[in-house]
Structure formats: structure tokens, C-alpha cells
Ligand binder design. Structure first.
Ligand code: ADP
Ligand code: ZN
Length: 297
């Protein structure tokens, strides 16, 4: 098995790893996301050290926060575009890694990468069309359609879909700087914290926050189900550590679909349709290995 490198580039930290798969992660590093100069220098130095220790890597895969350019034929393939993080706008990320480390580089969004990880080793094995959603500080979604990661004009921004917001039930206005009360603006970990003035982790299981959260997430999922017809939905991210959310979200999805999508996966066995990632918090970095495998072959 060829040695691979992976980078999961997040808004607060970059996770780097070297290995071949879930049972063979030789080394990892967590590098804070500061400036591109500082962070990328540390990323490059980690991989140089690992090359000395473990030998050459066949390729490095990158899953990155967006918006990023994932169009392989574009002049700015592998760049950060106008991200909300000003220092990172218009930065050639994949190019720098490729030039400095002299390896082929695979590149996609963090959520498309996580979807690939779950496809190869996790809860989406054997599926051609599925979604991977993360509900963390923000909300992001990716996945495969017909066996291919979803790309297009750029890439999906599933966290920013607009959903009904009844101000008489939920007077919180939303926290998305672009759309205010989009899905992310109402249901991200940051939204929960702003609305209730405390971290999600400190809210009790029976707090009304969770029924509201399940309602928003289910609304989002119903829209994704109706548009993409996924064979399964994998949901990860810090907020989904609230395990009771899964049953509430499933119940709300069934209620909102109202038997319109009349398939046993939803009507009889939805517990196996909306699931957490088998790889847990490692879906993203392992997905970066899959991107590396693809770039190497
Ligand atoms: P990020 O989105 O920054 O990559 P995470 O997926 O870990 O990271 O998500 C972090 C978010 O999840 C934060 O908003 C945090 O408050 C929330 N969170 C973390 N753990 C829990 C928990 N046990 N219950 C509810 N929310 C949580
Ligand atoms: Zn938004």
C-alpha cells in the first residue's frame, strides 16, 4: 500500500496525517489556522519530517473549508476563494503544497472529503448517491451523486439554504453574516450558542433547544432528500454529539415528508437512513487519504 498524506483544513485548525487508512495512521499533527504563511509553513515542515522518517508519499489529499476552487481545469484549482477569513482569500493552497513537497495533490471541500472517507471505510460503503453533512461551528454538506463528488459552478453550500423561520416560535434572528437566518444561521453550533447564550454541550438533554434544532435540521434534510434523492445521509460534527438529536431528526423528517417518498429506507427503517459517521471525527482526514489515492493513480 502506498504511503499517503492528508490535510483537513479547518477554520480553527489544520489536521495533517500520514498513513494508508484507518488502521494505519502513522503520524498526525494539529496546526492552528493563523495566517497562510505561518500555517502552511508548519504543514510543509510536518510532511518533510514525515518523509524523512517514513519515506516518500505517493500523493497528498486536501479537504478544505470553503469556498474553494474544486474545478480541476480551472486556473485557480485548489485555491481558497473569497472565504470569510480575509487572510485566506485568493490563496493558492494546493499549488504551494505541490511545489514545496513535489507530490501530486488531490483537492476537494472538507465535506466532500469526509463523504469519500465514509464511502471507502465508513457508513456509505457501496452507495453511489449520498450526503455527508457536518453540524459544527458552521454547517456544511457534500457527498457523491452517481459515484462522483458533487461539483458544479463551484461546490454545494448546503449549510446556507433558506428555510422557514417562524419568529413567534424562535425570535433569534440568526447568525449568518450573509443571510442571517439560513440553515447555518439558525442551526449551527454557533447559532445555538448565540440563541441560548451558552454552549450546546452545557444545555440539558430535555432543553427546548433540541426540539427546535431537530426541526431545522429535518427541514434541511427533507430539502436535500427531495433534490438529490440520497440513498443515505451521514451527519457528523460537534452538535451531533447530542445523540438524542438523531431520533428527533428522523422523526421530524418522516413527519415532514408525510409518506411522499414511500420507500422502506424511510418509512420502515429510517434509523439506518440518517446515521452518524462510522469514522467519527476522522472522516475528514481519512477522506483526504482517499483524495490522495485518487491523485496518485
Ligand atoms: P468545527 O465545526 O469547528 O470544525 P466541531 O465539528 O467539533 O468543529 O463543532 C464545534 C461546534 O459543536 C461548537 O459550536 C460546539 O459548541 C458544538 N459542540 C461540541 N460538542 C457539543 C456537544 N456535546 N453538544 C452540543 N454541541 C456541541
Ligand atoms: Zn448563510
Amino acid at each position: 500500500m502506498a504511503l499517503l498524506g492528508g490535510i483537513e483544513a479547518g477554520g480553527t485548525k489544520f489536521v495533517c496525517a500520514v498513513g494508508t487508512g484507518p488502521d494505519d495512521i502513522r503520524a498526525t499533527a494539529r496546526i492552528p489556522t493563523t495566517t497562510p504563511q505561518e500555517t502552511l509553513a508548519q504543514v510543509i515542515s510536518f510532511f518533510r519530517q514525515q518523509t524523512e522518517k517514513e519515506g516518500d508519499m505517493a500523493a497528498i489529499g486536501i479537504g478544505a473549508f470553503g469556498p474553494v476552487d474544486v474545478r480541476t481545469h480551472s486556473n485557480t484549482f485548489g485555491w481558497f476563494l473569497d472565504t470569510p477569513k480575509p487572510a485566506w482569500q485568493q490563496i493558492d493552497f494546493a499549488g504551494v503544497i505541490k511545489r514545496e513537497l513535489k507530490v501530486p495533490v488531490g483537492f476537494d471541500t472538507d465535506v466532500n472529503a469526509a463523504a469519500l472517507g465514509e464511502h471507502q471505510w465508513g457508513n456509505a460503503q457501496g452507495l453511489e448517491t449520498f450526503i455527508y453533512l457536518t453540524v459544527g461551528t458552521g454547517i456544511g454538506g457534500g457527498g457523491l451523486v452517481g459515484g462522483k463528488p458533487i461539483h458544479g459552478l463551484l461546490h454545494p453550500e448546503m449549510g446556507h439554504i433558506l428555510i422557514p423561520h417562524d419568529l413567534s416560535v424562535d425570535p433569534f434572528l440568526g447568525c449568518c453574516p450573509f443571510h442571517q437566518d439560513c440553515l447555518e444561521g439558525l442551526a449551527s453550533g454557533f447559532a445555538i450558542e448565540q440563541r441560548w447564550q451558552q454552549k450546546g454541550a452545557s444545555l440539558p438533554d430535555d432543553h427546548p433547544a433540541w426540539a427546535l434544532e431537530a426541526n431545522y435540521l429535518a427541514t434541511g434534510l427533507v430539502n436535500f432528500i427531495l433534490m438529490l434523492s440520497p440513498e443515505r445521509i451521514v451527519i457528523g460534527g460537534g452538535v451531533m454529539e447530542q445523540k438524542q438529536l438523531f431520533s428527533q431528526v428522523r422523526e421530524q423528517v418522516r413527519k415532514k415528508l408525510n409518506d411522499y417518498i414511500n420507500v422502506p429506507q424511510i418509512t420502515d427503517n429510517i434509523a439506518d437512513y440518517i446515521v452518524p459517521p462510522k469514522l467519527g471525527g476522522q472522516a475528514g482526514i481519512l477522506g483526504a487519504f482517499v483524495l490522495a489515492q485518487q491523485a496518485a493513480s
